[in-house]
Design a protein around this ligand. Structure first.
Ligand code: FAD
Length: 382
């Protein structure tokens, strides 16, 4: 049998690529390898699970066996790739070599972890996949108070969701506003006020220095001297694309695994997409870019080299207490911000000197205007 197309990773990037590929090629052997349990799920649902009262099994859309059948592929679960040997077109699982025709890296990004002093490090939960979510839900059962580290997009979504699920929530982050890299301050203030309105308590500025057990619960000590009583900690301080195995194999890496518009790494026959990929300088950790990449790469793998295009890619943030849509200003572009509205309803827009809309942040009722504004946005990769 000829060597298969091998995809490492069964997240949205891996499974969507396999799906798109099978639309074009039903014969080439296809193997998906994943370190996790291989269940198909939509990761964005992880930050709406408490509000909707859905456990990990309910968020699972298909078991790996069903995916294998649907994709006419093999799916190897709980199998970690340990090394890649581009020269011989093979990868390593322990001592076992697996040969590929083409290899696709769809191995995502990992949560950034910071060492925390104290005796309760095991009460800190990152939530970056379905298994993390299952672990956190099990630990949170019967508990009431959650401390969230990070006030970025994911931290704010979890805050909203956990409050909807009946939890008390504190957020700690060493920044002056929520979502500092994403949001105009006026929009950030609207989101923060919305979350405070349903009970979230923000501690912006300090960091967590020590976490220790105290009676039935935990004491979180912050760098400004504040002590917060809580039962569990969710870590949402950011993600780092997985690049180590690629770098060790001699592939070019930057923030992510460096690929061109054809999603090709610095080595022929090895491609990358999704959270791990830096596509023509852009490492976007969202669903829309990986869907565009999956469609283009499927064409390439099926014999029609196809460059990926990214149109405008606004992000809908799941903070229902204060609806938010944001389209960040593309890298390298600069403009001037103008803010309209007040309170919960903010329309912040950035235009360049010629009047071209570069980006926006819309909150509350202003999100209704997104479709009209999207038509005026520049493409991220034209
Ligand atoms: P992953 O889903 O992380 O998949 C990586 C895969 O690689 C896994 O199967 C893993 O087991 C496997 N793997 C890793 N290393 C190895 C190895 N060495 N060997 C074998 N297998 C390996 N984006 C949006 O656009 N909208 C949203 O509303 C949104 N909400 C989000 C909410 C949360 C809580 C989170 C965490 C993210 C959210 N995102 C959202 C981001 C979006 O979900 C991700 O961009 C996307 O799911 C990434 O998919 P991926 O397949 O690249 O990576």
């Amino acid at each position: 049998m000829s060597a298969p197309v091998v995809i490492i990773g069964t997240g949205l990037a891996g499974y969507n690529l396999a799906r798109e590929f099978r639309k074009l090629d039903s014969e080439t052997p296809l193997l998906l390898i994943t370190a996790d349990d291989g269940r198909s799920y939509s990761k964005p649902m992880l930050s709406t699970g408490f509000g909707k009262n859905k456990d990990a099994d309910e968020l699972c859309m298909a078991q790996p066996g069903a995916m294998a059948e649907q994709l006419k592929a093999q799916v190897w679960t709980h199998t970690r790739v340990k090394g890649i040997d581009p020269g011989h077109k093979r990868l390593w699982i322990g001592d076992e070599a697996v040969y590929y025709r083409d290899l696709v890296l769809a191995w995502g990004a990992e949560t950034i972890r910071v060492p925390i002093e104290g005796d309760a490090g095991d009460a800190v939960f990152p939530i970056n996949d379905l298994e993390d979510y299952a672990r956190f839900r099990a630990a949170a059962a019967g508990k009431h108070r959650v401390l969230i580290l990070g006030a970025g997009l994911i931290g704010c979504e979890f805050a909203n969701d956990l409050i909807l699920g009946g939890y008390e929530v504190d957020l700690v982050a060493p920044c002056e506003q929520v979502m500092p890299t994403l949001l105009h301050p006026a929009a950030a203030a609207a989101v923060k006020a919305g979350l405070e309105g349903i009970g979230a308590r923000f501690h912006l500025g300090p960091v967590l220095t020590r976490l220790q057990r105290h009676g039935q619960g935990l004491e979180a000590h912050l760098s400004d001297g504040t002590v917060i009583d809580c039962d569990l900690v969710v870590s949402a301080i950011g993600l780092r694309p997985r690049v180590d195995l690629a770098a060790a194999a001699g592939l070019q890496t930057g923030r992510g695994v460096v690929v061109d518009r054809y999603l090709q790494t610095s080595h022929a026959n090895i491609h990358a997409l999704g959270d791990c990929a830096e596509v023509d300088g852009l490492n976007l950790l969202y669903v829309m870019p990986l869907m565009s990449s999956a469609r283009a790469l499927a064409q390439t793998l099926a014999g029609t080299p196809t460059a990926v295009r990214y149109g405008p890619m606004p992000i809908t943030v799941k903070t229902p207490v204060c609806p938010l849509v944001v389209s960040p200003v593309p890298r390298g572009l600069e403009g001037e911000w103008r803010v309209e509205g007040q309170g919960a309803d903010i329309k912040a827009m950035c235009h360049d000197a010629e009047g071209q809309l570069l980006g926006y942040a819309l909150t509350g009722a202003a999100v209704m205007e997104r479709l009209a504004l999207n038509k005026a946005l520049p493409a991220l990769l034209a």
